[in-house]
Design a protein around this ligand. Structure first.
Ligand code: 9MR
Length: 858
């Protein structure tokens, strides 16, 4: 009888049969653990950590089978007939018999190597030779270490698997050399693309409609070698084409682009999806299938239900404090389950600013961000949904504040995360690691001061008690930061979570002072703003490479430039000039780049999360457009979006679910479909970190060595340095999506109305006169004017119109005698009212749902 074993043995080639070691490339990534635990994984019951340069797993007592606890590595490519040598050393605090397999990673787990071995406290080097019987794209090496009655620690060192032939160097599949925004172009916006070729002379291009009809054409413009990608490029443009349609393509020299749309409403779902990212990544709450669908639903994470050790009662790292905090809630930072005040800050600020923009920018529409509009549970509470989402994080940020009476009271702990890194995948509710608070820092404290101040002014008209809580936390944090201005995070504190170190907090001081000044109007904070060495220094406030979690001054400057405040006209001009000067720089970068992106980092280095730097520069450009109306700024935002959505060296949309060729294997512990088909891919609207020439992870190091900066990216779940998702990358994406959706078709339309709003104020009250003018070409009848108070104003006793207020929302309707607003005609009405705190005249009015110009302009 021929057994399977004999068949396998018959296939063994001499090299392995006689026990000779195989030669060939190394297949194991990070076999000496110098890069931490990844891409090694383990079963959730046996968390991994690197101890003295070895990979150790804490295995619980009482598992039944060897395979009940596993340490492994995936993605091993083997070739049939080739010889391989596996070697490693192993130790165990309790003697066990382990099973070591090289196998198919799914049922029936067919193995190429399956051996057992006794492992004890003393390390013994082990070598196993074998010959692969079949080809495998992605086999796995597993050490099955369960089955012991006693708990034990199993450690590995120097793991190596060599053999086969050297795989060809990694070549990204870049598809067509014709690169376009794979979602589309606004009907009346700029439209350009990039062609990659060795040719140096102009090439004919054609724009074709979905049915193949030629719509436009011309010759490409040679643009030389693009420094980011080292590709020889040409550009082409078709802005003049304004016929909406789906399925357009551009063909150059016989090569066809991915299809795209021309239209007016391309980005409303991007806004909603980009914002849904935050609900998906909430900690401490069940993610509801009714809101996100079955695939993305999951139980609440880190709520003290086993095996979670919970965030409701978190101790400090040893020696850091002797109290515990209820720090449940907030958002997970990224692919990991850490929660970081530095980074939570910029993210929640940008969500709040996405909303705040709608209070002061005439062309911004608050409705799509309003109550009942986003994918989250807090519908029907009258608070705009985007603020509900921000509140989820703000509550957590305030929980991270050191309680009164404790040392460093009022400061904020820098972060809270697992004691040791968990493997991929790990659903949040299945994370068994102890959670720990890390020391308070000045940077974290100022992140809290800044965001809590912004929270106080935005929530005052919706949830006054919560706003007061925010205001108090902001003031306390500011005072604590002033008392402890130089307590920095340890850059080496990166076990189990990211370090987020920052030892220059001048920008955080500027940001926090700006927010506190905007919210309170107090002169002390104004002086702090004006005294800052950053004030008015464009390059310091807006670094060339963009704002970031460690470079936050720009957040303050953008709000000083746009939110009504008590700066003098000259002081305001200084701030606005920093915004427009920075935007001029980014716009020039964009106009000069072969790929149109508004990002030209120092030394040409694409940093970790470069896509968010592109997005942050787009926020500055969008704000400059809001302030000045200049289309050069708007066009640079739109070209930045083109880059993120496919017009780039890899021909890839970095936003999941958008474009024909999208990133969808980003690094995430729950959205880990690439490792476990039962888990989902990242939710639509998730922005990948993007090219990073630092290539700090093993997959990037194995595949991307020598890469051109803007091509240092791989859509692999284990490449966390190029392909993670995080809150601080999706936050500017949400701002940008909102801004772009508000552009409509992109046509600059003259408003059909003009509102002059004049209040005479005295302490606690006001009398207001409103003049509405029909500046369009059609009679408006009946008319209805809406606005939202940003501050605490309650009107009464109206005249000249039927005026009603519900919360901060005011609607003024025509009376029977002034129903009609003729062309060029005006209507006047007014009211008295009461106010508390700082109040400013509203600036955003809609007449029958259409935006009006406001006089005087800002
Ligand atoms: O975004 C962070 C990037 O600027 C740093 O260079 C990098 C290394 O320290 O860390 C990034 O932040 C990660 C954090 O440390 C842990 N959670 C995931 C974040 C995104 O990769």
């Amino acid at each position: 009888m021929t057994t399977a074993w004999m068949l396998a043995a018959a296939l063994v080639v001499p090299a392995a049969a006689d026990g000779a070691a195989a030669e060939g490339p190394e297949l194991i990534v990070n076999g000496d653990f110098s890069a931490g635990t990844a891409p090694w994984w383990s079963t959730a019951n046996s968390p991994l950590s690197v101890v003295d340069g070895r990979l150790c797993a804490d295995v619980p007592a009482g598992t039944a089978n060897a395979w009940d606890a596993i340490v492994g590595q995936n993605d091993l490519a083997l070739t049939a007939g080739e010889g391989y040598t596996l070697s490693y050393t192993a130790t165990s605090t309790v003697p066990i018999t382990i099973r070591t397999n090289v196998q198919v990673p799914v049922d029936p787990w067919t193995s190429e190597l399956a051996v057992t071995q006794r492992v004890e406290e003393t390390a013994v080097p082990v070598t196993q030779n074998f010959t692969a019987g079949a080809d495998h794209d992605a086999a796995q090496l597993v050490f099955q270490i369960g089955g012991s009655a006693q708990a034990l620690t199993f450690c590995l060192d120097d793991v190596s698997l060599v053999g086969g032939t050297t795989p060809p160097p990694y070549e990204p599949d870049t598809g067509s050399p014709v690169r376009v925004n794979q979602v589309g172009y606004l009907t009346d916006g700029p439209k350009s693309g990039t062609f990659v070729t060795e040719e140096t002379t102009p090439q004919p291009w054609a724009l074709n409609a979905a049915d193949g009809t030629r719509v436009a054409g011309g010759n490409t413009v040679p643009a030389g070698v693009d420094s980011g990608s080292r590709q020889n490029t040409h550009t082409f443009g078709f802005s003049a084409v304004t016929m909406p349609g789906k399925g357009y393509t551009v063909t150059v020299a016989g090569k066809k682009s991915e299809p795209f749309e021309i239209g007016d409403d391309l980005y409303s779902s991007l806004r909603t999806d980009a914002l849904a990212y935050f609900y998906h990544n909430r900690s401490g709450i069940e993610i509801d299938a009714g809101i996100v669908g079955e695939e993305y639903a999951r139980p609440a994470g880190h709520v003290n239900a086993s095996p979670n050790q919970g965030d409701n009662d978190v101790p400090c790292q040893p020696g850091v404090c002797d109290y515990r905090l209820d720090a449940a809630g907030g958002w997970y930072d990224a692919g990991d389950h850490g929660k970081y005040v530095v980074n939570g800050g910029i993210s929640v600020a940008q969500l709040m600013s996405t909303f705040e923009r709608t209070l002061y920018e005439e062309n911004a529409d608050a409705k799509p961000l309003g109550d009942g509009r986003l994918r989250l549970p807090e519908h029907g509470n009258a608070t705009p949904d985007v603020l509900d989402e921000a509140r989820w994080e703000m509550e957590w940020l305030m929980r991270m504040q050191v309680p009164a009476g404790e040392p460093l009271a009022g400061m904020a702990h820098h972060k809270l995360h697992d004691k040791a890194w968990t493997g991929l995948p790990t659903r949040p509710d299945r994370d068994p690691q102890p959670r720990e608070l890390h020391p308070p820092t000045t940077a974290a404290t100022l992140n809290l001061a800044a965001t809590a101040a912004q929270c106080a002014r935005l929530f005052q008209v919706y949830e006054a008690n919560f706003a007061d809580q925010c205001r108090k936390a902001a003031r306390t944090a500011w005072t604590a930061a002033k008392a402890h201005p130089a307590i920095y995070a340890d850059p080496a504190d990166g076990t189990g979570g990211g370090a987020y170190p920052d030892d220059d907090v001048r920008d955080e001081f500027y940001w926090a002072a700006a927010e506190l000044f905007l919210t309170t109007g107090e002169d002390g904070y104004r002086q702090e703003v004006l005294r800052s060495p950053l004030h008015g220094d464009t390059d310091a406030v807006f670094p060339r490479g963009g704002m970031a979690w460690g470079a936050t001054a720009g957040l303050g400057a953008l709000n000083l430039a746009t939110v009504p405040n008590k700066l003098t006209a000259d002081q305001l001009k200084t701030v606005r000039t920093t915004v427009t000067e920075a935007a001029d720089g980014y716009a020039t970068d964009s106009a000069e780049a072969a790929y149109g992106l508004p990002y030209a980092p120092d030394g040409g280095h694409y940093v970790w999360g470069s896509n968010s730097q592109v997005a942050n520069n787009m926020v500055v450009l969008g704000t400059a457009h809001d302030l000045t109306g200049k289309t050069v700024y708007r066009d640079a935002v739109l070209r930045g979006l083109d880059y993120l959505l496919g017009r780039n060296p890899l021909n890839l949309s970095y936003v999941t679910g958008y474009g024909e060729r999208d990133s969808h294997n980003q690094h995430h512990r729950f959205w880990a479909n690439q490792l476990d088909p039962a888990l989902p891919n990242p939710a639509p609207g998730s922005l990948a970190g993007g090219p990073n020439d630092g290539i700090e992870d093993p997959v990037a190091q194995a595949k991307l060595k020598g890469c051109a900066p803007s091509m240092c990216y791989i859509d692999d779940i284990e490449s966390w340095a190029t392909n993670e998702v995080t809150i601080n990358w999706n936050a500017p994406l949400a701002w940008v999506a909102s801004y772009v959706d508000d552009l409509g078709s992109g046509k600059t339309v003259k408003p059909l109305c003009e509102v002059t709003y004049n209040s005479t104020r005295w302490s606690g009250g006001f009398t207001t006169q409103v003049v509405v003018k029909n500046t369009g070409t059609k009679v408006i009848s009946p008319w209805k004017l809406d606005w939202t108070f940003a501050d605490r104003q309650q009107l009464s006793a109206p005249w000249g119109a039927d005026v009603e207020q519900s919360g901060p929302v005011v609607t003024a309707k025509a009376l029977s005698w002034n129903t009609t607003l003729p062309v060029g005609g005006t209507v006047r009405f007014g009211f008295n009212g009461q106010s508390t705190g700082l109040v400013y005249d509203p600036r955003v009015f809609r007449l029958n749902d259409q935006p009006c110009a406001t006089t005087p302009p800002r």
